[in-house]
Write a protein that binds this ligand. Structure first.
Ligand code: GLU
Length: 477
């Protein structure tokens, strides 16, 4: 059997992290097989929800993370079209066929009656009077132009059973299944019908989707059965949660891939992180590229328990990926964040060298470098530091010493400045930190900065350095 999986997003205009994780698992299942195929299918039958440009976002996201599809709307394939709205006549054909096979029936009920069925609170089961019509009568009414929908027919008693690769053997009473609409009066299929027809015609072997579909899968299996088709392997995955009670939702900004990228998360880090939301490698390793995941992923290690999206963990992981970037790559990512927030002209390469070792997301850059433009208001308390053995009075002395020394320095490189201040400390019987720490505070006004005193001095230049130290001395007087 050749593995064929599909990612079947609805074009909603953004890529939910949970959907991207589904796509990732589909991709990895397909790519575990040298000949496996990963298919992209756009599920746009809900025309009310159509969002302009949404398909492009899906393409862009998958390409950006390196999950290239083997068949899809843009590249075609042997099982097209790959956009559901272009398959409309096909669904109608199969829906009528299903009626002939006894798996569905024509329903002429008014909308109100049909809507009652959805009244879950009162648990009213819609008893469709049209089921009593003979097929001949029903067909006559269809031919006469009466509006109708095609509904699934569920006459079975007892329990439906199927196997899920993650949740094991599932049993659901046929009684609990509703006879939902398969083909709407406008001729469009519902998801409940289109997914079955497409998965069969596209020869999909493994369906990965959220566990909210566990309870409707018996309905799909009945459709497969009526047509005499073989159902795919089912791989239901637990939802991605914001916390123990709430699903990660669109309103919470972290739910979408684009939002995370805009905040300065690297696509590679996002993919690595979401792979672990519902799957584990069976050991303590955590950092995996997509290529590594392809080699080690297995369905057996998917978990059933809901996964909580831990932004702190993702942020940590993002830092690991930032550290692995080359200088040039880092600069490319960082440039817009630097140029978009900093007014002072600084050597961007020097700045990046200072930022890269500690940065966790690119979105932190503006906050981390704001002091380069201007020293913020700060309290002289900042000069008191037990570890560095400094207080306000000692800091004032240190700054005065540093000022007269730095005024004489012409080689304004980090190495030289560091050597000068180190020598200055030694000459005065002070510890390095007793010079470096006050200078860093004077230059930045912040307890924590990317880079130390001399690195900051290089970035802002000699004149500004001397000026800032003078201002700090006055502030301490
Ligand atoms: N279009 C459905 C969704 O976005 C796909 C579900 C499935 O994979 O079958 O939820």
């Amino acid at each position: 059997m050749k593995i064929r999986t599909r990612f079947a997003p609805s074009p909603t205009g953004y890529m939910h992290i949970g959907n991207l994780r589904t796509a990732l698992y589909e991709y990895l299942i397909a790519k575990a097989d040298a000949e496996g195929k990963f298919i992209l299918r756009i599920e746009d039958t809900d025309q009310k929800r159509y969002v302009e440009g949404a398909t492009e976002i899906i393409y862009k996201t998958l390409k950006r993370v390196g999950m290239n599809w083997d068949e899809g709307p843009d590249i075609g394939g042997d099982f097209g079209p790959y956009v559901q709205s272009e398959r409309k006549t096909l669904y109608a054909e199969y829906a009528h066929k299903l009626v002939e096979l006894g798996g569905a029936h024509y329903c002429f009920c008014s909308k109100e009656e049909a809507d009652e069925e959805k009244d879950e609170e009162q648990n009213i089961k819609f008893e469709d009077p049209c089921k009593k019509l003979s097929l001949e009568d029903a067909k006559r009414r269809v031919a006469a132009g009466e509006p109708y929908v095609i509904r699934q027919t569920i006459n079975k008693q007892g329990k439906s059973k199927y196997h899920d690769e993650v949740y094991g053997d599932i049993e659901i009473d046929y009684d609990e299944l509703d006879e939902g609409v398969l083909l709407k009066s406008d001729g469009f299929p519902t998801y409940n019908f289109a997914n079955v027809v497409d998965d069969h015609l596209m020869e999909i072997t493994h369906v990965v989707r959220g566990n909210e579909y566990i309870s409707s899968t018996p309905k799909y299996n009945l459709i497969y059965e009526s047509f005499g088709w073989t159902p795919p392997h089912y791989v239901h995955v637990p939802p991605v949660m914001k916390d123990a009670q709430h699903k990660l939702s669109k309103r919470n900004g972290d739910a979408s891939f684009q939002d995370l990228v805009a905040k300065g998360y690297l696509p590679e880090a996002i993919i690595n992180y979401i792979a672990l939301l519902g799957w584990n490698p069976g050991n303590d390793e955590e950092i995996f590229s997509l290529d590594e995941l392809k080699k080690i992923f297995s369905v057996e290690r998917l978990n059933r328990s809901p996964a909580i999206f831990d932004i702190v963990k993702l942020t940590w992981m993002n830092g690991q990926y930032i550290r692995k970037l080359s200088e040039a790559e880092f600069l490319d990512y960082a440039r817009p964040y630097i140029e978009g927030s900093l007014k002072r002209k600084v050597d961007i390469q020097d700045l990046c060298r200072v930022l890269q070792p500690r940065l966790e997301t690119f979105g932190d850059i503006p906050n981390q470098i704001d002091f380069l433009d201007e020293v913020p208001n700060y309290d002289n308390e900042l000069y008191v530091n037990k570890k560095m053995k400094t207080d306000e009075a000692m800091s004032k002395t240190a700054l005065e010493l540093s000022l007269s020394r730095l005024e004489t320095v012409s080689d304004w490189s980090n190495d030289n400045l560091f050597a000068e201040l180190k020598a200055l400390a030694e000459e005065n019987g002070m510890k390095n930190g007793q010079i470096m720490y006050p200078v860093r505070i004077a230059l930045s006004g912040k307890a924590a900065t990317p880079g130390g005193a001399t690195e900051i001095a290089v970035l802002i230049g000699k004149a500004e350095t001397l000026q800032r130290i003078k201002t700090a001395i006055e502030k301490l007087s």
